[in-house]
Write a protein that binds this ligand. Structure first.
Ligand SMILES: *[C@@H]1O[C@H](CO)[C@@H](O)[C@H](O)[C@H]1NC(C)=O
Ligand SMILES: *[C@@H]1O[C@H](CO)[C@@H](O)[C@H](O)[C@H]1NC(C)=O
Ligand SMILES: *[C@@H]1O[C@H](CO)[C@@H](O)[C@H](O)[C@H]1NC(C)=O
Ligand SMILES: *[C@@H]1O[C@H](CO)[C@@H](O)[C@H](O)[C@H]1NC(C)=O
Length: 215
């Protein structure tokens, strides 16, 4: 169910944030695949590096393949960005990170003709003193461009359900906390009371404290 997926993603986000406080984490989150005509689309491509790859030389290529067509190079980054002659020329914005773990692009003013498969290919050359090695990774995004944003009824419902659940969980947590607090303070009270029993308080004093209300 969509709502469950959303809750799972919220939960994983929290975990990620918590992990993020300890150390910078790179997570290969897949890209969105739906775009709306006339808006911009972030083609997300993340290729995490291992520790030994940090000093690598990175070379990035982005390809586009229309439905039933062939791959053609639309963008490359080899220290400097380079846009090739393509239907995307002038509409591509680099949206990656400096360390080239995130090599995403923004496609501006998406048209229905932009539907198709985008592929990001990353090549990392590791130059060790004794040997050289090359690591390649490749990811594909099947982009679907629609005329208008889908006002998906089920997604609206699942969103509402998610918020209801969040409120419910928060309330439940609060009630649980109050209950526990009460329970603890009650136990403390009784232990205090039983403690006073052991103290040599004159009995009349003690009775003053516990005068029944009815009298
Ligand atoms: C990436 O694009 C978003 C908008 O889609 C923008 O807010 C952000 O600043 C961009 N980041 C980089 C590094 O270009
Ligand atoms: C987006 O593209 C359409 C059709 O190609 C064009 O008419 C429109 O002016 C463009 N909008 C922007 C903001 O570039
Ligand atoms: C989309 O492609 C078709 C044929 O390939 C072309 O006739 C049309 O002008 C294109 N539309 C846009 C908005 O680029
Ligand atoms: C991208 O990389 C993959 C895996 O290395 C390779 O199979 C594919 O041919 C490459 N794509 C292009 C268009 O070079």
């Amino acid at each position: 169910m969509a709502a469950l997926r959303k809750i799972a993603s919220v939960a994983s986000l929290v975990v990620l944030l918590m992990a993020g406080f300890c150390s910078p984490v790179c997570v290969e989150v897949p890209s969105e695949t739906k775009a709306v005509q006339g808006y911009h689309m972030r083609l997300q491509c993340i290729s995490c590096m291992k520790r030994e790859e940090v000093s690598a030389d990175t070379f990035v290529e982005w390809y586009y393949k229309p439905e039933g067509g062939k791959d053609s190079l639309i963008y490359e980054f080899n220290g400097v960005p380079l846009e090739t002659i393509s239907p995307f020329q002038g509409r591509i914005q680099w949206n990656g990170s400096k360390d080239l773990q995130d090599i995403s692009l923004n496609i501006l003013n998406v048209t229905k003709n932009d539907s198709g498969i985008f592929t990001c290919n990353v090549t990392r050359k590791l130059n060790f003193e004794v040997y050289h090695t090359t690591i390649r990774s490749s990811k594909s995004i099947h982009l679907i461009v629609t005329e208008e944003a889908e006002d998906d009824f089920t997604s609206v419902v699942s969103e509402i359900m998610m918020y209801i659940l969040l409120v419910f969980l928060t309330l439940w947590l609060l009630i649980e906390m109050i209950y526990c607090y009460r329970k603890i303070s009650k136990t403390e009270e009784t232990t205090q009371e039983s403690a006073t029993d052991y103290l040599a308080i004159p009995s009349e004093n003690k009775e003053k404290c516990t005068v029944p209300v009815e009298e």
